[in-house]
Design a protein around this ligand. Structure first.
Ligand code: FA5
Ligand code: MG
Length: 431
């Protein structure tokens, strides 16, 4: 942990010089530093703490769903963490793809912008241990950062809520009582497809019995479905079609939970991934000083759930400063977003030769940096490799503003700038 504690302050700034000040600590940028201007410009907006913003309301509404569970609710402000906190503390292997420069924003080699709220799990488990388990779990909300694809449900800054809940393993009766409290009624059960019931799964943690694992897993799944479905029931009739909502659990894989599950919600004719979760690995608990406990954790993407509940069609809208968006919402209520207009789409294709150093996320990142939020999505529409082994890619850039009609000449200029930036900063050859 060491040095990261000195970064964990509310006041930090990214300077133009190759040094960053965190409190009184100076950090020199290095070849890992890759935080672009468009990210720096949005850091500090703290949408999840802005009263009336749908992400802030959703945080509050979700917290209320877990109110009777004896948990700590915390918000984490500074997103700057050490790689030890973000990866090592969770047992994420040194070679894991999520550590690469094309997936993660780095301040320098040892410091990054947290890629998930799980970065704070260990710290919060330690707080539980220090309080002698006076609470049974926590909910952490924070902004998180990832280099990722460009489409309506991916954004490089998004928000997660991390939840965890533990039982003393000697308290079997307590576990069973808690399980009883989150039973789904038969109507709700019909909406849930569970493809991860553990019956066909033999990869469990040695330390826990099958019964403990089952109870923790079912309690996790039911608690989440109940919480989310209560919010679905709060949506107005002119929005989400509640009769169409379905929940699907499938297996997932995380180094810090075993077994692990993913939850998807059926929305607009497709399954949308909402959260990752699982039974907490016992070594994380013992690292935090918690002995002889079993429990679960999850990390939910707040934008994804808010899009469903508030009928928000595009993830970029959360970042708009347009009053036509913000004036539609009332704190801690779920209302249906009324699109103010759908502006025309304009697309341009771009083709280039790549070598083995090419990473698609680097290209997406460049599109975001040059074109900001004027790009709705980027699709790979063609790819081929010549007999000589050269690979060519063709991407379609779909331009559409959420606030105005884009003029042809504006789009042409963006495309020219994108081509220039691509040629000068990535190791590709334009066609
Ligand atoms: C995680 O981030 C794990 N830390 C979750 C977890 C916590 C597992 C605790 C076990 C225990 P994942 O990478 O799947 O998992 O992301 C979780 C959710 O974040 C996704 O389901 C999705 O809802 C949201 N999400 C991920 N990437 C993006 C993105 N680029 N834009 C918007 N939302 C995203
Ligand atoms: Mg996932």
């Amino acid at each position: 942990m060491g040095s990261i504690l000195s970064f964990n302050c509310k006041r930090y700034s990214l300077l133009k010089s190759p040094k960053i000040i965190f409190k009184n600590t100076y950090k020199t940028l290095d070849s890992w530093s890759n935080i672009p201007e468009h990210i720096k410009a949005k850091q500090g907006r703290k949408l999840f703490l802005q009263n009336g913003h749908p992400l802030c309301s959703l945080r509050e509404l979700l917290q209320r769903q877990f109110r009777d569970k004896s948990i700590n609710c915390v918000a984490k402000e500074s997103p700057v963490v050490s790689t030890i906190t973000n990866f090592d503390s969770l047992g994420i292997p040194k070679t894991h793809v999520s550590r690469s420069k094309s997936d993660t924003y780095y301040v320098d080699k040892d410091t990054c912008l947290r890629t998930h709220t799980s970065a704070h799990q260990l710290e919060e488990f330690k707080n539980l241990a220090e309080s002698k388990m006076s609470k049974k779990g926590f909910l952490i909300t924070a902004d998180v950062y990832r280099r990722d694809e460009v489409d309506a449900s991916h954004y490089p800054i998004f928000h997660q809520m991390e939840g965890a809940y533990l039982w003393d393993r000697n308290d079997k009766a307590g576990m069973l009582r808690d399980l009883e409290q989150v039973k789904l009624d038969s109507d709700l059960q019909k909406l849930v497809i569970d493809e991860a019931t553990l019956k066909d799964h033999n990869d469990l943690q040695d330390i826990y019995s099958l019964q403990e694992t089952q109870i923790a897993s079912i309690h996790l799944k039911n608690s989440l479905v109940l919480a989310i479905h209560n919010l679905v029931l709060m949506t107005p009739d002119n929005g989400l079609d509640k009769s169409q909502v379905r929940y699907r659990w499938t297996y997932d894989s995380f180094p810090f939970t075993q077994p692990s599950f993913q939850l998807e919600i059926f929305w607009k004719g497709a399954w949308l991934e909402i959260l990752g979760s699982g039974v907490v690995r016992e070594n994380i608990l013992t690292q935090a000083g918690i002995q002889n406990h079993v429990g679960w954790a999850f990390g939910i993407g707040l934008e994804r759930l808010a899009m469903i509940l508030y009928s928000i069609p595009d993830i970029r809208l959360f970042w708009t400063t347009d009053d036509r968006f913000h004036k539609q919402f009332t704190p801690n209520e779920i209302t249906t977003f009324q699109p103010y207009s759908k502006y025309p789409l304009c697309y341009k294709d771009i083709s280039f030769w790549i070598d083995e150093s090419f990473a698609a996320n680097d290209f997406y990142e460049l599109v975001r940096d040059v074109c900001k939020d004027l790009v709705e999505s980027v699709d790979l529409i063609d790819q081929y490799t010549t007999k000589a082994g050269r690979t060519s890619l063709c991407y379609r850039i779909n331009y559409r503003s959420m606030e105005k009609s884009l003029k042809n000449e504006d789009v042409d200029l963006l495309q020219v700038n994108l081509r220039k930036a691509l040629a000068s900063s990535l190791n590709i050859q334009l066609r």
